[in-house]
Design a protein around this ligand. Structure first.
Ligand code: SF4
Length: 455
């Protein structure tokens, strides 16, 4: 079973990498702060977005039907997928019916969630991720480590090595401009020759049946406009009721993600061009189950800006891969247990519960509260680790009576003084990177009583 702490240990082997990963993400968080403080109406925008999403989640069935009706009117083909397998089979079916065995793909964490690349490759269909960061991790044989910055964990020297191995660039060449130029030439050929392109969806507008894709590289547009078939994979929670609501979400999204006022490309797709097809696959994959969990339904408001990851002290120092789920970080730790509670039981514990994630979230998801609530569900359902359960039961016994607490305190101070090896040893991860403090002579309670007497 994959475990966040064990995987974070692997990331932590390279201390230098941990430091710049931490600093880079904090730099992006700071850029977000600067952009946000330039907008006096920021809190009003957050409130409005949160309320619009509340409305969407409370009336999801109606908005989905409205969106489908309008999309069909626009000449778009609409498909419904209950789970990841159905989504993958629908995409495969569209490609196979058109006799296509090669596709470009862009900006879709949903397809990561569904394992689409592996599925299509297994069925003989080649997929090339066209976002530069996604292409780098695809060539490296890794999943993205961040939803907005997929290869933020890689050094430029490592990218140079990957390009040398797969794209034939000179050895030890890590100049970013040269590598970007190489990727551009490599991807341009894919855009020109692939007849199908898949994109994600940032927002879908119920009243018009259109959808919006936000990118900084323009790769989604390049793929979708050149291909005969454009497939858009969309989680059912991506809806907004009206086009005018886009103004709110587009202002929030990129400021929160990278500190930019707006994405370089915010492309609206409404109807297919001549001789083109647009297919939208509406995917549930556990979302309606999450909608039915009152404590966690708000997580479906997420607009995937990544701000909660950039600010999280645990994410910044443990890396995205330590979360072993398509969506990492604080929001991923709320979404993943809904999909598989047993496999992802460790994730809600990968947090300090400091609340920084909730503070930056542009749609006001109470992220740290939900992490805390997931912990309770996981313990109640019996998925917590035996060692964690035993520890909690022990602490609950000690804290249940002042007398037991006093005796335990005395025993602890005695042990730290006369048998420190019983506490500070290789089986206790807390002391791996910490000095054990000298034990106090008396408890605070004893000190207080003595001082009260003396005064
Ligand atoms: S939970 Fe909020 S901060 Fe995190 S990615 Fe989603 S919208 Fe952004």
């Amino acid at each position: 079973m994959e475990d966040h702490a064990a995987l974070a240990d692997v990331f932590n082997i390279d201390e230098q990498r941990v430091n710049w990963h931490d600093e880079t993400l904090w730099f992006i968080r700071s850029k977000r702060d600067l952009a946000v403080h330039k907008l006096p109406e920021w809190e009003a925008l957050r409130n409005a977005a949160s309320q619009i999403k509340n409305n969407v989640l409370s009336n999801l069935n109606q908005y989905l039907q409205e969106f489908e009706k309008n999309a069909l009117k626009n000449g778009v083909q609409v498909h419904w997928a209950a789970n990841a397998l159905e989504h993958n089979q629908i995409v495969q079916g569209i490609l196979t019916d058109a006799g296509i065995n090669q596709m470009v793909k862009s900006k879709s964490m949903l397809t990561e969630e569904c394992g689409l690349n592996e599925y299509l490759i297994h069925h003989g269909i080649d997929v090339v991720d066209s976002d530069l960061g996604e292409r780098i991790v695809q060539l490296a044989g890794e999943p993205p480590s961040h939803i907005v910055l997929p290869c933020i964990h890689k050094k430029k020297e490592e990218i140079g090595d990957i390009f040398h191995e797969h794209l034939g660039t000179p050895a030890n060449m890590s100049d970013p401009q040269f590598l970007t130029e190489t990727a551009r030439i490599h991807l341009r050929e894919k855009f020109l020759t692939r007849r199908a392109a898949l994109t994600g969806v940032n927002f879908a507008v119920a009243e018009t049946g259109e959808f919006v894709v936000c990118t900084n590289e323009g790769n989604a547009d390049m793929g979708a406009h050149l291909a005969d078939i454009h497939i858009a994979s969309m989680g059912i929670e991506k809806l907004i009721p009206k086009r005018e609501h886009l103004a709110i979400f587009l202002r929030l999204l990129t400021r929160s993600a990278t500190g930019q006022p707006i994405t370089t490309y915010s492309s609206h797709f409404r109807k297919p061009g001549p001789n083109q097809q647009i297919h939208i696959v509406l995917v549930d994959n556990g979302r309606s189950v999450q909608l039915g969990r009152p404590d966690f339904r708000n997580s479906l408001k997420c607009i995937r800006c990544g701000a909660c990851m950039n600010t999280c002290p645990v994410y910044r120092r443990s890396g995205g891969h330590s979360y072993h789920a398509a969506i990492s970080g604080p929001i991923g730790s709320i979404l993943a247990p809904n999909l598989d509670m047993k496999k992802n039981a460790d994730l809600p514990f990968a947090s300090t519960l400091c609340g920084s994630c909730s503070n930056v979230c542009p749609v006001k998801i109470d992220i740290h509260t939900q992490l805390y609530k997931w912990r309770q569900v996981i313990v109640k359902e019996g998925y917590a680790k035996t060692s964690k359960k035993a520890g909690m039961e022990g602490m609950s016994f000690v804290l249940s009576s002042p007398a037991i607490y006093r005796v335990a305190g005395k025993a602890g101070r005695w042990t730290m003084k006369y048998a420190p090896f019983a506490v500070s040893n290789k089986f206790n991860p807390w002391y791996k990177q910490r000095e054990m403090p000298a034990p106090p002579e008396k408890s605070f309670n004893e000190w207080y009583r003595d001082n009260e007497k003396n005064n």
